[in-house]
Design a protein around this ligand. Sequence first.
Ligand SMILES: Cc1cc2nc3c(=O)[nH]c(=O)nc-3n(C[C@H](O)[C@H](O)[C@H](O)COP(=O)(O)O)c2cc1C
Length: 350
Amino acid sequence: MNRGFWDHLKAPIIGLAPMDGVTDSAYRYMVCKYSKPTLVMTEFTNVEGLARGAIGMLKAFEYDEIERPVVAQIYGSEVESFYKVALMNCFLGFDGIDINMGCPANKVARRGSGAGLIRTPDLAKLIVQTVQKACKDFFNGITLEEANIRPKIIAALKKIDKYNEKDRRLLPVSVKTRVGFDSDITLEWIRHLIEVQPANITLHGRTLKQMYMGLANWESIGKAASLCKNTGITLLGNGDIKSIDEAHQKMTQYGVDGVLVGRGTFGNPWFFSNHSPTPQERAQAAIEHCKVFEKLNPGSKFFIMRKHLGWYCRDFDGARETRSKLMQSENSEEVKNVFKEVFPALEEES
Ligand SMILES: Cc1cc2nc3c(=O)[nH]c(=O)nc-3n(C[C@H](O)[C@H](O)[C@H](O)COP(=O)(O)O)c2cc1C
């Protein structure tokens, strides 16, 4: 089995979970700058759309060197598209590729992608093998043209600064999934995945049906971890972790190789360091995050930042009023002016 960077991680593994609409390159940059998780993953990207030529989707594959190891996460149900997009990920210099088999959104799972793949284990396994094959073919020197990737996509890929056809590393393939579709079938499902030897499995302790409700079932995660022992596959648990202490407690209690943390990091790029930021430090980080976002997304989509601003703005008198002003902001300068009303010292710092 090829484990690539997974074999070189410092234990324990405490990584940033992929979150669509949240963990874009600006967010990952902030988290890596302030507390450096063991690894990060991109937001999930649809293979069918990209393989057919929706080159705007390549935006999701932007990353900074500070993020390494950085894993591209992809989703879909069409084997051929997985092959093509996995090859693109290799050319873009990622450290690994993760296949999403956990997204519960209707538009994803109803089409048999994301958590929908839990109901079609044969297809799920074929997809893992296909992505593994793409990684091997890349390593052995295949070109994008030989893989029948559309010229328009090849041209777009070659414009990305990370594009590299010389340094051909063999990327490891991992899977992120849930404990079941409408009921918990952890052991049966994980046994299927073990057959195709992904380097790592990340298990969120909820079924698709639970969406994000109730509590993640860490007992099931623990059983999956036992099953993976001595297979060469690492297992990361995921769900509801709110602090580094809790991450350590879960790892000890359930015997997992590590964890990924998602929502617990909102508004707190220091999450992975155990530093508790003051409200002013959060405000400062919010402004910096806006600036990084603007640099990476010139002239567009600032509304994406507003949910982050809501998360940063907390734990001080008047936070609610400040938050509602931030929700109207259109750029980093306006954000800075709103925060300055509460924290005048910010003026010199940012
Ligand atoms: C807004 C949001 C977007 C998400 N997008 C993704 C995604 O793109 N890929 C993925 O594998 N999981 C996605 N997830 C699931 C998270 O990675 C994670 O499994 C889940 O939030 C549970 O972990 P937590 O309790 O630490 O947040 C998303 C979750 C949220 C809240």
